[in-house]
Design a protein around this ligand. Structure first.
Ligand SMILES: [Zn+2]
Length: 285
């Protein structure tokens, strides 16, 4: 490959967790959820923060995004502990007085618990997403495979292929095919940041249509033990679907090493599909 790729640093699989605020609980004190619409221009968030009482607000989570680009409004969410006698109404009034604040709502806790009441969740500028814990999703897939045997494994694989194709479509639309092919290791971070696993792309050759992916903490095999053969079907399918969508040609994906059978990471090999590879792709159980 002649195009230079983003080379993963030796620390590329280091943990940098990305908390997504949904609920908080405190036994003492008050919590608020401030929903803000801000004029989408430099300095507007800073102006809003400056209107909050100094030393009285302990931030728990903050997110600001250009969610509604067409209207020029940036959507913001602030979850914070409040240590001042200020009421939510007073807080709301203080923020409403800031010129860059277009709309504002302050949600108070219920007996020290607060649950985000906004809807729907979105990833960056793409469509709606659905959140559930990786462990509950893994368990759901495991149940399907237990109930349906090798048929279940095939279903889970196909499910992964579909999600991978969709992810490739979204990536192509947003970044362009040339960018993705030229920076495939970097582009794979999209799937990592959405929780599939901490994915490193090694030795990609987009001309030949081959790549090796090392998945650290593949959500599907994570904490699974005692597998006789590589276990992943959903992530294997996702990778096959993603690379098929990216290359515009069917690819096969084989898992050769797997944490569920005691290896250090799950390792996948991508190559352009042949009839033989297709046949080998359907693993038992
Ligand atoms: Zn695995």
């Amino acid at each position: 490959m002649t195009v230079s790729d983003h080379t993963p640093s030796p620390h590329s699989h280091r943990h940098t967790p990305k908390p997504i605020p949904v609920y908080f609980r405190r036994e003492k004190g008050r919590i608020v959820h401030i929903t803000l619409g801000l004029v989408h221009e430099p300095g507007s968030f800073r102006a809003a923060l400056e209107a909050l009482p100094e030393k009285a607000v302990n931030l728990l989570a903050v997110s600001i995004s250009n969610g509604a680009q067409r209207t020029g409004t940036a959507e913001g969410h602030i979850f914070a502990e409040i240590e001042s006698p200020m009421t939510p109404e007073e807080l709301e009034a203080a923020l409403r007085a800031v010129p860059s604040v277009r709309h504002i709502r302050v949600q108070s806790d219920v007996e020290g618990r607060i649950i985000d009441d906004s809807f729907p969740p979105r990833v960056s500028e793409a469509g709606r997403v659905l959140l559930f814990s990786a462990s509950s999703f893994r368990e759901a897939l495991t149940r399907m495979r237990t109930a349906m045997g090798s048929g279940g494994a095939v279903l889970v694989y196909d499910f992964g292929v579909y999600l991978g194709e969709q992810l490739a479509q979204e990536a192509v639309r947003f970044f362009g095919r040339d960018f993705l092919r030229g920076h495939i290791a970097y582009s794979m971070r999209m799937a990592s940041s959405m929780g599939w696993g901490n994915l490193e792309v090694l030795e990609p050759d987009m001309e030949k249509g081959t790549a090796t992916i090392r998945a650290h903490e593949n959500f599907e095999c994570y904490r699974m033990t005692g597998a006789a053969s590589p276990y992943s079907q959903a992530v294997r399918g996702m990778l096959a679907g993603f690379f098929s969508g990216l290359l515009g040609t069917p690819v096969s994906c084989q898992e050769t090493e797997c944490i569920a059978k005691g290896d250090e990471a799950c390792v996948f090999h991508i190559e352009r599909s042949t009839a033989a590879a297709e046949e080998a792709a359907v693993l038992p159980g």
